[in-house]
Write a protein that binds this ligand. Structure first.
Ligand SMILES: Nc1ncnc2c1ncn2[C@@H]1O[C@H](COP(=O)(O)OP(=O)(O)OP(=O)(O)O)[C@@H](O)[C@H]1O
Ligand SMILES: [Mg+2]
Length: 408
């Protein structure tokens, strides 16, 4: 067992004793602020630091706390995070190497770094503590979570995405997931360097986007769909007018001629929602050359396909599915839910007419993202969609294969 001062401090900060101490000191600070009527929201970081340090010095003496200098410095840091920021996960938020933060109740915190999810030694005192932090994350953006709305999906001012689910829906305590907004979106160079795609594949897709191919990026949760869609969008020529529709604006365009639309959840009375379908319909009236929909997951599927069929060539979206074939089933399913009443074959005809390319992305076991295949929809035969695989990733050879020359 390691006994270096760092390891000792790390262990101390995870102990029940420390969590309790931190909680007590936090309460003490709040009390001081209340009693002295301090307007800490207006303070800068330095003023806050000074206040917390001064308070801690007194508190340690008054309470005769048996903690050393390093421990009290750690306490000061944590108390400040608790007061001003997101408590125990503030350090993870500040860490640029961390992409995702997942809190599954007070004792189970995970992060994703470089594509790998791992548990981190960060703890909350109890469920109420997790709740406090969730409310603090949501309050500035005018959202809240409580028994009547136990689930929220929101976007922070910096673009990060937050999802929170609390009891009674979440059985093991309040959960929050944060997908941090990358300061610099991944570029094609990054994807090449990571081996996510091959150079010929990239050039091919670049050409297809310029030629105004309608395409869908398909993949599972967190597989890199949005990242890839963002990359593809960069290749839309500057003189084309683009309207984007998203639930939470994640796409980043360096494009001059873009109108971004975002859906709105219903208000507390359950009214005044603006759905993706409303926005796709509205987008069509805005005379766009192309429409880019962040993700198709509901009844907007019909409007999207219609848009692709009616002169908005080069439109793009993403879809949650685990293969190109699966994507077709998923589209059929969504159309069914959306109240599509035509026959299956008619609908497949619409798909064949609307979509030319499917790009399947995936997150491999080790956390790497790969473009698994690029598939062209070639038409309809005997009521079934026909497809041709143009590129495929071979996981055994760890290689992207170009199948365009082959006959199969
Ligand atoms: N090719 C890649 N290489 C490494 N990391 C990537 C790659 N593509 C995406 N990521 C990272 O993976 C995470 C998920 O990416 P992204 O949001 O694009 O996935 P998604 O499929 O849209 O997820 P969701 O299903 O939640 O919408 C992000 O942190 C992103 O930075
Ligand atoms: Mg996404």
């Amino acid at each position: 067992m390691s006994t270096s001062p760092d390891a000792q401090l790390a262990r101390f900060r995870l102990s029940d004793q420390y969590l309790q101490l931190k909680n007590n000191f936090h309460r003490h600070l709040i009390q001081q602020i209340d009693e002295r009527n301090l307007d800490i929201d207006r303070w800068d970081a330095e003023q806050t630091d000074r206040f917390v340090l001064e308070q801690i010095r007194r508190y340690v003496v008054d309470q005769r706390l048996p903690i050393n200098q390093r421990e009290s410095e750690a306490l000061a840091r944590d108390a400040k995070d608790e007061l001003m920021g997101y408590g125990p996960i503030q350090g993870l938020i500040d860490d640029d190497d961390v992409n995702d933060i997942v809190v599954n109740g007070p004792d189970r915190v995970f992060v994703e770094r470089a594509g790998k999810l791992s548990s981190v030694p960060v703890r909350f005192l109890n469920n109420a503590h997790v709740m406090r932090v969730i409310q603090r994350i949501l309050a500035p953006i005018g959202r809240r979570v409580d028994e009547s709305t136990p689930m929220v999906d929101a976007r922070l001012p910096d673009g990060s995405r937050v999802n929170a689910v609390i009891p009674p829906i979440a059985l093991d305590g309040p959960c929050v997931s944060i997908r941090k907004f990358r300061k610099h979106p991944l570029t094609s160079e990054d994807l090449l360097r990571y081996g996510s795609i091959s150079e010929v594949e990239l050039e091919y897709l670049q050409r297809r986007v310029a030629e105004r191919t309608n395409l869908i990026v398909v993949g599972g949760t967190g597989s890199g769909k949005t990242t890839f869609l963002n990359l593809l969008s960069q290749w839309i020529p500057q003189d084309e007018r683009v309207v984007t529709v998203e639930d939470a604006a994640e796409l980043r365009f360096e494009h001059g001629h873009v109108v971004r639309l975002e859906t709105r959840p219903p208000n507390l009375e359950g009214e005044r929602a603006v759905t993706a379908r409303d926005l796709v319909r509205n987008a069509l009236r805005m005379r766009p050359d192309r429409i880019v929909v962040g993700e198709v997951r509901g009844d907007e599927v019909l409007d999207m396909l219609q848009a692709m069929n009616t002169g908005h060539d080069g439109s793009m979206t993403t879809l949650h599915a685990n293969s190109a074939r699966d994507a077709i089933h998923r589209l059929e399913l969504l159309a069914g839910f959306a109240g599509y009443t035509g026959s299956e074959v008619t609908f497949r005809g619409q798909i064949a007419a609307a979509i030319q390319l499917l790009v399947h992305v995936s997150r491999l076991k080790g956390g790497e993202r790969r473009v698994m295949s690029v598939v062209e929809l070639t038409g309809l035969a005997d009521g079934e969609l026909t497809m041709r695989q143009l590129f495929r990733y071979d996981p055994d050879r760890r290689e992207h294969l170009d199948l365009r020359g082959s006959t199969t």
